[in-house]
Design a protein. Sequence first.
Length: 217
Amino acid sequence: MMKRIFGFSPKECGILSRLNTPKKIQDFLDKIDYNLEEKDETCFSPRKVLREKKANCIEGAIFAAAALRFHGYSPLIVDLTSVRDDDHLLAVFKRKGFWGAIAQSKYTGLRFREPIHRTIRELALSYFESYFNFEGEKTLRGYSRPINLTRFDKINWMTTEKDLFCIEDYLNEISHKELVTYGMIRNLRKVVPLMKEAGELWMIKRRLLKKIRSKQK
């Protein structure tokens, strides 16, 4: 029987042991439900993601960071900031000197990134064209340095039954670097309808577009 690792049960360890590459972790997130937080806001720990089989953006990134840690990576996250839109969280990993990312999102183009990016800024910029709101505005503006989640080990962030709002609060307090200048922002083109539809495809296929849009107003 598999031993407990990082406080996970043998059954949980069995699942995590199979997610032994970044691609497999992303595949897992792609298969579970997106947590629409129907009743109250949540910030599930990785244990609760495994149990509930759903995750929102921040829950997905934290889960991915825990799964990466299980296989020897540092549990790193990067926060992407926006205007007139939700921020986005990535679990980042480095392979042969290049950065990649794992993420959960309602938008088609805001998930996995191959480890081909030389810097975190370059990685963050790869999300720019696919990062837009319901009005078609390109909304990505900044990014944080990689945050090592081991700083939250004292609250057992991987297995706690409590919501991890403290991580969300921390991300709101740290500094972020700008990706685009004011001059660049003034000249941004709106997303074309075909690109917008492609980005919203997950919501369209599940007939959730109107529901999610009304929640964000």
